[in-house]
Ligand binder design. Structure first.
Ligand code: GDP
Ligand code: IMO
Ligand code: MG
Length: 428
């Protein structure tokens, strides 16, 4: 079972960090393949809590080699500060590998992210302000700066000048900001070059050799399926492909190498930032999910919007990712509700719809159709096997599985590594 992809099945924050960390002890490589430090993955090990943004969650497992693939966008200042933060807490980060083809988030990309959002006003996306979109835009426009450019000063200068050519016109003439000096940007970037150099590698070659040698490689997605630039709720999405195909392009590994695709699925739904969300709650239930689930963004500290489970989203995630399994997280958060509504269909302009609509207008008009399942009140955080769960919790999981189109192979009943019920092994 050499290659697995683990990704978010909803709008992010499903518990990918915990799931990756759980498997980290049994895999040889954990690879981030897209996104950047817009991600916030929480991992709880014993009484220690870690918030990872750019580094793969496998960095906390001593036997595992963490890899930042070519598809990731890297803010070098964030990379260094995350590494030193972990080093101070005694985590060995020396095995990290960073693709020389990964693109760098430059200070001007962060500026452009912020001014663009300000200009959009009430139509803003609600980005994390980390420069993610503008950095991917530069990559697609072929004016991006890559990690390898740090090691050729004259090329770096030419590329930064080319990137700033148009941007400075926009910044000064449209956005009323000061122009950015290419020389200053280059100096700042060169300041990181030596500190990063030891991690830079041909990660595609290393990963493909590892797969040929039957090593176990886990690809860890950032964000979630509905934040995907192609398959998400465009334009309220991130600027990369968290869906399964992104693992191939973002790490340089062919689709024939991937054996298993695991969707991390929260037992209810959350979203950060703007955009449609059919099952969103604006009442005390939403407030209770936020409070009990601790639903506050790890990256920006924003409150997450909360709502009931949406089976159309889960089914869609199964479809566009070819999911083989689900890891259902945060089931414990639902303890205490007498009845739990689950969205089984949408009503769109008077019609019942059972698959996620592709049209943005339809999605904006979708009203959830709920089926209500009986809740449970017993504490489930100590459950170790499926049969330890109260009957109604078992029935809730089985109902979700039926609606979602792939087996639920693990269940999270708390944030800790060991607060997990394993049903089918991911590694067999
Ligand atoms: P990620 O971005 O997908 O890695 O998820 P986040 O870390 O942003 O958010 C998930 C939150 O839920 C974190 O605070 C986790 O510690 C926590 N968490 C993960 N799994 C469970 C679970 O099964 N139960 C509970 N109560 N918390 C969980
Ligand atoms: P993890 O990996 C939840 C959201 C932002 C915004 C949109 C675009 O922790 O699940 P961006 O800065 O990427 O251009 O913002 O995407 N977003 C996330 N929401 N979890 C994340 O990551 C997210 N990363 C980006 O809130 O709506
Ligand atoms: Mg998160």
């Amino acid at each position: 079972m050499p290659a697995l992809v683990l990704l978010g099945a909803q709008w992010g924050d499903e518990g990918k960090g915990k799931a990756t960390d759980l498997l980290g002890g049994s895999v040889d490589y954990v690879v981030r393949y897209q996104g950047g430090n817009n991600a916030g993955h929480t991992v709880v090990v014993g009484d220690q809590k870690y918030a990872l943004h750019l580094l793969p969650s496998g960095i906390l497992s001593p036997g595992c080699t963490p890899v930042i693939g070519n598809g990731v966008v890297v803010d070098p200042a964030v990379l260094l500060s995350e590494l030193s933060g972990l080093n101070e807490r005694g985590v060995d980060t020396s095995k990290l590998l960073l693709s020389g083809n990964a693109h760098l988030i430059t200070p001007y990309n962060i500026t452009v992210d912020k001014v663009t959002e300000r200009f959009l006003g009430k139509r803003k996306i609600g980005t994390t302000g980390r420069g993610i979109g503008p950095t991917y835009a530069d990559k697609i426009n072929r004016v991006g700066i890559r990690v390898q450019d740090l090691y050729d000063e004259s090329i770096l200068m030419q590329k930064v000048e080319a990137a700033l050519d148009v941007k400075n016109q926009l910044l000064t003439k449209l956005y009323n900001r000061r122009a950015i000096e290419a020389g200053q940007v280059v100096e700042e970037l060169l300041g990181y070059a030596e500190q990063i150099k030891g991690y830079v590698a041909d990660t595609t070659l290393i990963l493909n050799k590892a797969l040929d040698d039957d090593k176990v490689v886990l690809f860890e997605g950032g964000q979630g399926t509905l934040l995907d630039i192609d398959h998400g709720t465009y334009p309220f999405v991130t600027s990369s492909n968290p869906t399964a195909g992104g693992a191939c392009t973002g790490a340089g590994v062919g689709p024939t190498k991937i054996n298993r695709v695991i969707g991390i699925l929260k037992a209810y739904t959350t979203r950060v930032g703007a955009g449609p969300f059919p099952t969103e709650l604006f009442d005390e239930d939403g407030e209770a999910l936020r409070r009990i689930g601790g639903e506050r963004g790890v990256t920006t500290g924003r409150d997450r919007r909360c709502g009931w489970f949406d089976a159309l989203i889960a089914r869609y995630a199964t479809r566009v990712n070819g999911l083989t399994d689900f890891f259902l997280t945060k089931l414990d958060v639902l303890t205490g509700w007498e009845q739990i509504p689950v969205c089984v269909a949408y009503e769109i302009d008077g019609k019942r719809v059972e698959e996620l609509p592709y049209s943005q207008s339809d999605f904006h008009h979708a009203k959830p159709v709920y089926e209500t399942l009986p809740g449970w009140s017993e504490d489930i955080t100590k459950a170790k096997s499926f049969s330890d769960l109260p009957k109604n919790a078992q029935a809730y999981v089985k109902a979700l599985e039926e609606m979602s189109g792939a087996p639920i192979s693990a269940i999270g009943v708390g944030p800790g590594r060991d607060e997990t019920i394993e049903i089918n092994s991911f590694l067999s």
